[in-house]
Design a protein around this ligand. Sequence first.
Ligand SMILES: C[S@@+](CC[C@H](N)C(=O)[O-])C[C@H]1O[C@@H](n2cnc3c(N)ncnc32)[C@H](O)[C@@H]1O
Length: 258
Amino acid sequence: MTPSENIRQNRLYSDLAWLWPIMSPPGDYAGEAGAIHSLIQAHARREVKTLLELGCGGGHTASHLKKHYRITGIDLSLAMLENSRRLNPDIDHHCGDMRIVRLGKRFDAVLIHDAINYMSNESDLAAAFQTAWKHLEPGGVFVTFIEQLAGGLVKYEFGGKTHEKGGIRLVYFEDNYDPDPTDTTYECTLVYLIRNGNQYRIESDLHILGIFQLETWLNLLRGIGFEVHQSEMQHSESPDIPKMPILTCVKPNVDSSP
Ligand SMILES: C[S@@+](CC[C@H](N)C(=O)[O-])C[C@H]1O[C@@H](n2cnc3c(N)ncnc32)[C@H](O)[C@@H]1O
């Protein structure tokens, strides 16, 4: 399945995209956005004024980073872009696929936050990294995350998280399951219980996500020309989840790319 087909069948980014601000509120992203900002400032070799976010989703991460940077957000889902436009009318938005989009301009920083795990095979992961490289000024930084590593699938035991907003009560369960640990994908299944007054409905959703060895990430990034710095970050949703590797990738000042 291509990422585009995958996204089209992900209900959270299509007919259920209205749940996104309830399920994963912008405030949950403050810690991760703070860590991203610190890493950009620590590693950039140029002043960082502009930031491109690939897979910006509902713009929750961007809603914190826009205090510091002029942001352009790209996402494949029109419904998620609509969420982000409502929250961030002050940032630029475009619909595009992070593997192939070319805006014809460069930024001081590029971010792929929790959207990178939609790259479900090595060539898509490499293509997303190429997009980051092509849009980055020399001396700029690309920040990305590893939510899962091959051989150690983290189970995210979300036993019914409850959120309420605007009269809607949402309880959701998330299960990560890897039916074939020898390939580069795993399944994230979500079940949503949505209550509105006396009425309720139950919906389900399946996301096919990528899972690779750490060496694959590092080799692909270094192969493109990035200098890679590895650190760790606490997942914003639960302190019980092990810290995630976060990669800060510097584009050297001498740009020898074609
Ligand atoms: C978990 S959400 C991102 C949430 C975001 N951090 C926020 O602040 O709201 C993942 C996003 O990745 C997007 N996505 C997945 N594959 C993509 C691709 N190939 N190109 C662009 N966006 C993609 C989805 O449409 C979805 O909006």
